[in-house]
Design a protein around this ligand. Structure first.
Ligand SMILES: [Zn+2]
Length: 237
């Protein structure tokens, strides 16, 4: 039974390695996707900030035009001051000019404020752009590494599969089938070591008889709780 257990443990080790490799290979496209969408989100945020900055610039242009128009009106009103006939009309014009001048000052203040905003936006955008460029390079490198890993995994998988075929070929077919049935039922580990009187698979305390059987190796002991085949590391050493 010692030899059979050693053969089965060998098959199990290869099966675990195969499962690990397959999980890793399956996970690679999702990891690439996550990296790319992380970058896309940041790029979208950058585009939004850039659009906000452009809007601010457009608003400055609009304010400038408004200031120009108001100044032209004020100039025209000043011209009219020389042409009015009555004091009342003169005072009315004066009042209109004062109101317009105050309005122009307000517009200019608003324009200045927006110009300061634009400067702040542009500084922040330049810093964000630098971050984005380095993040983009990181993501590309990450994806290239993952592609490289996937390429080497093909040969690792093929090698492990060949090892599996060879190792399984040495095991008695009935025992191999039994091993596979338990493995498919409980997960990857069909064989578990006895660990301080407990099953190394489900960690339940084993009856002394099962521990004894595992040590003697005259028959295959089975965990009554999870159904795994048990072995004693000392007995196989
Ligand atoms: Zn168990």
């Amino acid at each position: 039974m010692r030899e059979l257990l050693r053969q089965l443990i060998r098959v199990q080790e290869i099966d675990e390695r195969l499962a690990r490799l397959r999980r890793e290979a399956q996970d690679i496209p999702a990891r690439k996707e996550r990296a790319r969408s992380r970058l896309a989100e940041r790029e979208a945020a950058f585009a939004r900030a850039e659009a906000a900055c452009q809007q601010e610039l457009a608003e400055i242009q609009r304010l400038e035009k408004e200031v120009e128009a108001a100044r032209a009106t004020a100039a025209r009103l000043r011209q009219q001051q020389f042409e009015v006939k009555t004091n009342d009309a003169y005072r009315a014009l004066l009042h209109e000019i004062d109101t317009l001048t105050a309005h122009i000052r307000q517009l200019e203040d608003a324009e200045l404020e927006r110009m300061e905003n634009v400067e702040r936006y542009q500084r922040a955008l330049a810093a964000t752009r630098r971050d984005l460029d380095s993040e983009s390079a990181t993501v590309e490198r990450e994806c290239a590494e993952l592609d490289g890993r996937l390429a080497t995994m093909d040969s690792e998988l093929a090698r492990a599969e060949a090892e599996r075929t060879a190792a399984a070929g040495e095991v008695d077919p009935d025992w191999l089938r039994r091993y596979e049935r338990i493995r498919d039922h409980v997960g990857t580990l069909a064989l578990a070591p006895v660990d301080h009187g407990t099953c190394g698979g489900c960690h339940m305390r084993l009856p002394p008889q099962a521990v004894h059987d595992a040590r003697r190796c005259e028959q295959i002991a089975v965990c009554a709780f999870c159904g795994r085949m048990l072995y004693s590391i000392e007995a196989l050493a």
